[in-house]
Design a protein around this ligand. Structure first.
Ligand SMILES: [Fe+2]
Length: 179
């Protein structure tokens, strides 16, 4: 049994508040992609799906007073990955996540983008690569993936399905280990 499921995260008020800000539909799609990529690359799909789901939890919206989105201001000032890593970590620990896993997930959130980092090549760990690839797989031109909508019930159904897939995968991986 996983202590922290996607359903538990999804229902949490902190997640509803911040993940809806950056796009719940995008977060769920990235979690699904992360699961698929992780299972194909030997990465723990539980950690990948949670990191994918929470990767944009640190987003802040940069708006002008007239309500228009200011991309330049965002590019210059954004630290959503840093904020998101700290926010995801705090939430996971509070919900009882294994501390090593909480750290791994937070690091994958921190490094899912290099847009805020000084130039240079990052050496990403496999889990971090999975989350970055899952995010890129759901990206739409002009940042439109942040605006795709999903209603609460449909979102809940999707995360429940993904939770089941993760449980099934971890269960059969455990059986393989013991046989
Ligand atoms: Fe994203």
């Amino acid at each position: 049994m996983r202590q922290v499921t996607l359903e538990k995260l999804y229902k949490h008020p902190i997640v509803q508040k911040y993940v809806n800000r950056s796009g719940m539909a995008h977060a769920i799609a990235v979690a699904e992609h992360a699961f698929d990529i992780a299972t194909k690359t030997g990465v723990n799909p539980d950690l990948a799906a949670k990191a994918g789901f929470l990767h944009d939890i640190g987003h802040y919206k940069w708006y002008h007073e007239n309500g228009e989105w200011d991309y330049q201001m965002y590019k210059r000032n954004d630290i959503h990955a840093i904020k998101g890593a700290a926010r995801a970590h705090k939430l996971l620990v509070r919900l009882g996540e294994d501390l090593q896993d909480a750290k791994e997930i937070a690091l994958a959130v921190l490094l899912h983008t290099d847009s805020y980092l000084p130039g240079g090549q990052l050496q990403l760990a496999p889990l971090q690569k999975v989350v970055a690839a899952a995010d890129a797989a759901d990206e739409e031109p002009g940042g439109n993936h942040h605006y795709r909508k999903i209603d609460y019930k449909t979102g809940l159904e999707r995360v429940r399905i993904l939770d089941k897939k993760i449980d099934r995968y971890l269960h059969s991986a455990r059986l393989e280990q013991t046989s």
